[in-house]
Design a binder for this molecule. Structure first.
Ligand code: ADP
Ligand code: MG
Length: 758
């Protein structure tokens, strides 16, 4: 079969190879010529340098370069039949190769090919027999011997042998052969390049076909580095162009400009005047940036990240007031009902009289804050929906219930999304659809995101960062407590009691609600923010990658059980204990939170529903049980709930993990610093790339393969710059059809999934 010209990367492999071969390739997820050419070698074997046989692991499928030491055929008296036993070596360690046949004659070909001294690539699953590692019926290739002609043979021996991710039934070199069949006839200009020529020139990168040659058929290490560099850049560039397109599309949209009110009544001005504290420099600067963007006739698209407790709420509220002053409404979306209710209370409290618009005793030009959640009593909800629809409520706070069809706004001008991970682009779009013109957007995240990750995952948003924590916070000290040591645990409870006796409050956080397994069955992986997308209340069960492995250990601590236990402890005699978890009816949840906020409850035993944004300044102590079950940023969020007022916070992470366990390392890392950005970087280092970008990124051949968002900072920054320049000149990419096709093919689809999480 042959390759048609002009050559394209979406040619089905069924048209290129015979059925047997294309089926094997399909098993590897390779269905087009592009898939095949982008199936990059995992490493390269140098025919002059042997693999280290000592590192082989029993049960793994391996491909090794080794030298034949001996090969002998013998008949097996006992079992009948014949056996060829060969031994190969890397110079130090040995590996046996075993072949069986009915007659010795059937093994002669192997015997004559496996001549002592010859080097070969051997592939198979490693097994162990009488304390020796062996490959049974390995597939093998002898460079310099197994080639069609002598010229090839000479070339072959000097070349690095690419080792591909392969299957047991389709060896690495068979893949290589397929790649060559597609690649060899290609000329440098047979493939249209998604990266524009001037960009290649500026960044000193080779054209696409050359890069494929470099990576699949390198003559030297520097060649495959050259190819890799170019292909890695391309991954960053295609992604950044997609993001630049989104930014440019948004910038081209029209939005209603919401200018600051200079003279005349202004809620914002009154609010600022009544604020009991001075804004931090960061809050001012970011505030000015946002104010300017709200005044522009194009939609703001901004991500506000800030350390836990850095005061993002005030920044968001001031933006909302600017919009309300200018005749618009603002919607604040929160990830949970607890948080939505709290936001509504906080906003109303911060606004004071200003939130009693239209009511007796309210400021004349005030507005109203309406809360809309799924489980509100019908009458309350109806009233609030009316206020949203009539415009009487300038600020509407809610969970994703705000997205439902029944919710209408008179003049929606700004959407604020708190804790972005749980709202996708579709959800944003649903809200937008409720506005006459595209509303401005402010996304807030309390999980600090390293710069390149922000540029990759949230690259369609402009980013502002609040690094400073308002003065007057006493900070927080974190301790890791071994659960196996009763004396340590008792001291922890005694310390909590001291805090309560001093008039302060405490949280005890458990991974589960009840003692039986049922409260854990819809476990959401705590380490993967993506997995939380779209969930509302049931963030109770951290689960996480450790979940199944952890089954055998002591059962996880559960809210109801722990609350009962603590109540029975002498040390907590007379202490008022409350509970809070996601499966309580909404009214009970609100009552529990309100009682704690009002100081009627001293100790709140809860699940991670309190993780995000709950703000009770008098709470100073937190004990997290089974702390190893939570992710690093999640624990950072959790402990951010204490030490928010003038009194110092104290956090105990109780875990039965041994010191050497990675989960325990997470805890000690957390105890060592309170800098969220440092923690976010440490967290990323401990995770795989797949976790960073979400499940869509794991495995598939068309995903990001070479680019590592944590490591390849410079590449991502360059690609972002180049992409912005390309899109600035040609916002619809009419002059770059190949790049556009690449974006729709590669980014729309699986990548869109993680982009859409922003
Ligand atoms: P986060 O950024 O974690 O959402 P919040 O907005 O909840 O933080 O703010 C935490 C606390 O700090 C709140 O009680 C808030 O009123 C208070 N706060 C915000 N800004 C300041 C400031 N400039 N000075 C003093 N306290 C502030
Ligand atoms: Mg907050």
């Amino acid at each position: 079969m042959s390759i048609d010209h002009p050559f394209t990367l979406d040619e089905p492999l069924t048209k290129v190879f015979e059925k047997r071969t294309s089926n094997q390739l399909a098993k590897l997820g390779l269905t087009t010529t592009g898939d095949l050419l982008r199936h990059y070698p995992r490493r390269y074997a140098d025919p002059g340098a042997m693999s280290q046989l000592s590192t082989l692991v029993v049960g793994e499928h391996v491909t090794v370069m080794a030298q034949v030491v001996s090969a002998t055929v013998r008949e097996m008296r006992s079992r009948g039949g014949a056996m060829l036993q060969a031994v190969v070596s890397d110079g130090t360690d040995r590996l046996s190769l075993t072949f069986f046949a009915k007659h010795p004659g059937a093994l002669r070909t192997h015997e004559s090919r496996l001549k002592p001294g010859r080097a070969g690539l051997f592939t198979g699953v490693v097994s162990e027999y009488r304390n020796e590692r062996q490959l049974t019926h390995p597939d093998y290739l002898l460079p310099g011997v197994d080639v069609e002609n002598e010229v090839d043979a000479l070339l072959e021996v000097s070349r690095l042998m690419p080792i591909y991710p392969a299957t047991a039934s389709f060896a690495s070199w068979k893949i290589h052969k397929c790649v060559r069949q597609v690649l060899d006839p290609l000329h440098v200009d047979d493939l249209a390049d998604p990266v524009p020529a001037d960009v290649l020139g500026r960044r000193n990168l080779v054209p696409l076909v050359q890069a494929f040659r470099d990576i699949h058929l390198p003559e030297s290490e520097s060649e495959w580095h050259r190819g890799q560099k170019r292909l890695r850049y391309e991954e960053a560039f295609v992604l950044q162009t997609a993001l630049a397109l989104r930014r440019s599309e948004a910038a081209a949209l029209e939005a209603t400009s919401r200018t600051l009110v200079e003279d005349g009544p202004s809620i914002l001005r009154d609010f600022d005047a009544a604020l009991p504290f001075t804004l931090t420099t960061g809050q001012r600067e970011v505030g000015d940036e946002i104010a300017a963007e709200l005044a522009a006739p194009h939609p703001m698209q901004r991500l506000l990240q800030g350390e836990v407790g850095s005061g993002k709420t005030v920044v968001a509220l001031r933006a909302m007031l600017q919009v309300v002053d200018a005749g618009g409404q603002a919607a604040l979306l929160a990830p949970t009902e607890v948080l939505a209710a709290q936001h509504a209370r906080t906003l109303a409290a911060l606004l004071g009289d200003l939130a009693a618009g239209g009511m007796l005793g309210g400021a004349a030009h005030g507005t109203r804050v309406a809360l809309v959640t799924g489980s509100q009593p019908a009458a309350v909800k109806k009233k609030n929906l009316l206020d949203a629809a009539s415009g009487a409520a300038g600020i509407v706070v809610g969970t994703h219930a705000l997205l439902s069809a029944g919710v209408q706004f008179a003049e929606l001008g700004l959407v604020v999304v708190d804790e972005q991970h749980r709202f996708g682009v579709e959800q944003r779009d649903l809200l937008r659809a409720k506005a006459r013109t595209v509303p401005h957007l402010l996304v807030m995240t309390a999980t600090p995101i390293p710069r390149t990750v922000a540029m990759t995952v949230f690259g369609d948003l402009e980013t502002s960062t609040l690094r400073e924590i308002p003065a007057g916070r006493s900070g927080i000290t974190t301790y890791v407590v071994p659960a196996q040591k009763p004396a340590w645990v008792s001291r922890t409870w005694a310390k909590v009691r001291e805090e309560i006796d001093a008039g302060r409050q405490a949280y005890v956080v458990c991974p589960r609600i009840t003692g039986d397994d049922s409260s854990e069955d819809d476990a959401t992986p705590a380490l993967d923010p993506a997995a939380l997308a779209g969930t509302d209340e049931d963030r109770d069960n951290p689960g996480g990658p450790a979940a199944s492995a952890a089954r055998s250990r002591t059962p996880l601590r559960a809210v109801l059980e722990v609350a009962a236990e603590l109540a029975a402890l002498e040390v907590f005699r007379g202490v008022r204990i409350g509970i809070l978890h996601g499966q309580m009816p909404q009214a009970e949840k609100e009552a529990a939170m309100a009682a704690f906020t009002a100081g009627e409850v001293d100790l709140l035993v809860s699940t991670t529903v309190i993780e995000v944004g709950v703000d009770v300044p008098r709470a100073t102590a937190m004990v997290v049980l089974d702390a190893d079950r939570f992710g690093l940023s999640q624990l950072h969020q959790l402990r951010g709930r204490v030490g928010r007022g003038a009194d110092a916070g104290i956090c105990f992470l109780v875990s039965e993990m041994a010191d050497a366990e990675p989960a325990k390392t997470r805890l000690t890392t957390l105890a060592s610093t309170t800098d969220g950005f440092e923690l976010a970087a440490a967290d990323l280092e401990m995770r795989s790339e797949g976790d960073v970008l979400g499940a869509a990124q794991s495995g598939r051949s068309t995903s990001l393969q070479l680019l590592r968002v944590v490591r390849d900072t410079a590449v991502i920054e360059q690609a972002r710059e180049d992409a912005a320049a390309v899109v600035a000149v040609d916002p619809t990419l009419v002059t770059h059809p190949v790049l556009l096709a690449e974006i729709t093919g590669r980014v729309t689809g699986e990548r869109a999934e993680y982009l859409d999480r922003s």
